[in-house]
Design a protein around this ligand. Structure first.
Ligand SMILES: Nc1nc2c(ncn2[C@@H]2O[C@H](COP(=O)(O)OP(=O)(O)O)[C@@H](O)[C@H]2O)c(=O)[nH]1
Ligand SMILES: Nc1ncnc2c1ncn2[C@@H]1O[C@H](COP(=O)(O)OP(=O)(O)O)[C@@H](O)[C@H]1O
Length: 260
């Protein structure tokens, strides 16, 4: 119906796209990777990770091509110059960026693409047509953030201080109205994960229809009452009501995008 109308309007071509991607941002050490690991474990066929490029050194246990594409500055700059990146930024003395290929690889699997990017990336993605849901994961306090980063034992004193400075800037900038659709305060991990899951899977009777739920997912116990669920969520997280009201019901409806 919509396609017919668009053809009539002389649109050159239209592409069907899947559900909107999801951007997770927030200070280094806020808990993004921890939350995403849980999400990918529980819903491995539903969500797919956009593997970024970075010039930083791999940490013990990190796998090239899975956690990041670890590259030299020269290699990355060459690909940026060739127009292969959606966005890129300098963070704490290293380059990070999302290639077009990283997002396409996830979409080719019919998975919901999840990006873990810093606040500069958020601002740059806003200038593109990717149109994701923006979620900020934040620590309960800067002191707790520092303790978590120290306990993680991945940073030198110098890189830790750079991350704390960047975190203060991030927390200030993220107050900009409308920048994020949802802010999750990661105090208790299970509670933060529930909030993330609830928002991402809000329209789960729709996800069931689309067979997006993994086989071991809990079956819906009652008909979803969006208003009631929204009210619950508003009480537990900083979240604009209109986003909650739309939830994934709308977001999981395939979108028709016009391409000139
Ligand atoms: N703009 C942008 N930021 C990224 C990208 N990939 C990762 N980041 C961000 O870079 C920052 C540092 O990431 P990383 O070195 O893995 O440290 P960690 O977040 O403390 O584990 C984090 O804020 C990430 O969200 C990317 O492709 N683009
Ligand atoms: N709610 C939480 N309570 C205590 N420690 C946490 C919590 N969430 C994450 N952590 C720990 O904090 C550290 C930073 O989390 P991580 O997921 O690496 O952050 P990010 O990916 O945002 O840099 C990790 O060592 C992780 O195990």
């Amino acid at each position: 119906m919509i396609l017919g109308r668009m053809r009539g309007a002389g649109i050159a071509r239209a592409v069907m796209q899947g559900p909107r991607p999801v951007v997770l941002s927030g200070p280094s050490g806020a808990g993004k990777s921890t939350l995403l690991k849980k999400l990918f474990k529980d819903y491995e066929n539903v969500f797919g990770f956009s593997v970024s490029h970075t010039t930083r050194q791999p940490r013990p246990g990190e796998v090239n091509g899975k956690d990041y594409h670890f590259v030299t500055r020269e290699e990355m700059q060459k690909e940026i110059d060739a127009g292969e990146f959606i966005e890129h930024a300098e963070f704490s003395g290293n380059m990070y960026g999302t290639s077009k290929g990283a997002v396409q690889a996830v979409q080719a699997q019919n998975q919901i693409c999840v990006l873990d990017i810093d606040i500069q990336g958020v601002k740059n993605i806003k200038k593109t047509e990717l149109n994701p849901i923006y979620i900020s994961v934040q620590p309960p306090s800067i002191e707790i953030l520092e303790k978590r980063l120290r306990d993680r034992k991945t940073e030198t004193e110098e890189s830790l201080q750079k991350r704390l400075t960047a975190a203060r800037v991030d927390l200030e900038l993220s107050k900009e109205p409308g920048l994020f659709d949802l802010v999750i305060i990661n105090d208790d991990l299970e509670k933060a994960y529930s909030e993330l899951k609830e928002v991402l899977l809000e329209g789960r009777e729709v996800t069931t229809t689309l067979q997006l739920l993994p086989p071991h997912a809990e079956a819906p116990t009652s008909t979803t009452n969006t208003d009631h669920r929204s009210a619950d969520l508003v009480g537990t997280s900083v979240c604009p009501k209109d986003f909650l009201e739309r939830g994934w019901k709308e977001l999981l409806t395939p979108l028709v995008h016009e391409v000139a």
